[in-house]
Ligand binder design. Structure first.
Ligand SMILES: [Zn+2]
Length: 284
């Protein structure tokens, strides 16, 4: 009984958070206009973060070149500032770019990196959503190497594991894990500690917990959000644990009630409409 009560409260809180985010972020994505690219910061030896100018960018230095994760909002200024900061710590060429999802503040300067000789690695689904989303369809720089679900990228002495644990923020979310660093880039999955769901582009509030559960299965001590400073594990683990213990059962029941057909446009529309409705029911 107590467990059921906890479960109900849990689903209320998550759905409330989801509802607020849904209304705040309908259509998904994040702005960032006017933001400037900030100074580069070392997270760990050979791993750096650059905030501003859109979403966070990570730079992994290897003995055979650089791996860059996410490329900020479109614009020459953003690319030039990004490279200026990168060049302040290393002269190595950028060999690979990884995109965590297709939103414009994550893929904006992909083409500049391609022109400079880099490969852009991403989910196949990212290529599709980037081409469909009105905000990104005209941004050049589609991925040059794609994978279906999970992929391990090796460069020099570094290994990066890319995981697609499910749909959450978008339909093409990729968790970027550096096992030797014990760092995972979770991007916009937890940026504001609530689900920010871009339903129009494949996102799912119900599957969001799958991604957190997947992340919790990794050995990490820093989680890098889409914006702001690294989460030093506690907040991330709490959010993930919360979902791990309570949400699967709740979401299963919720899914049954919705008679949801996973992955269909009709199901996504139904989920979008039912989230605030279910919240209302729980509050009454
Ligand atoms: Zn996003």
């Amino acid at each position: 009984m107590l467990r059921k009560a906890f479960s109900t409260v849990a689903v209320m809180v998550i759905i409330c958070a989801a509802s607020v985010s849904v209304f705040a972020q309908r259509g998904g994505g994040r702005g960032g206009a006017g933001q400037t690219v900030e100074k580069i910061k070392m997270l760990k030896p050979n791993l750096y973060e650059i905030t501003g100018g859109g979403a966070n960018t990570l730079i992994r230095v290897t003995n055979q070149g650089l791996i860059v994760v996410d490329t900020k909002n479109p614009g020459d200024d953003n690319y030039n500032r990004l490279m200026e900061e990168i060049r302040s710590v290393t002269d190595q060429p950028v060999k690979f770019v990884i995109n965590t999802h297709h939103h414009p503040d994550h893929v904006g300067t992909n083409q500049k990196f391609i022109d400079a000789g880099a490969q852009v690695v991403a989910l196949e689904a990212l290529k599709t959503w980037m081409g469909n989303d009105p905000r990104t369809k005209d941004i050049p720089g589609r991925p040059t190497q794609t994978f279906a679900k999970n992929y391990t990228l090796k460069l020099g002495d570094a290994e990066v594991r890319l995981y697609s644990f499910g749909r959450g923020h978008t339909g093409d979310d990729t968790m970027v894990y550096f096992p030797d660093m014990k760092v995972v880039m979770v991007s916009d999955q937890i940026t504001d500690a609530t689900p920010i769901v871009d339903f129009a582009n494949g996102g799912s509030a119900l599957e969001w917990t799958k991604i957190l559960d997947g992340v919790l299965g990794l050995d990490f001590d820093q989680a890098i959000p889409g914006r702001g400073d690294p989460r030093k594990s506690r907040q991330t683990i709490w959010a993930g644990s919360f979902s791990r213990h309570f949400m699967p059962r709740s979401t299963t029941n919720f899914q049954k009630r919705c008679k949801r057909k996973a992955g269909t446009q009709e199901a996504q529309e139904r989920e979008r409409n039912l989230v605030p409705l279910v919240l209302l029911v729980f509050l009454l």
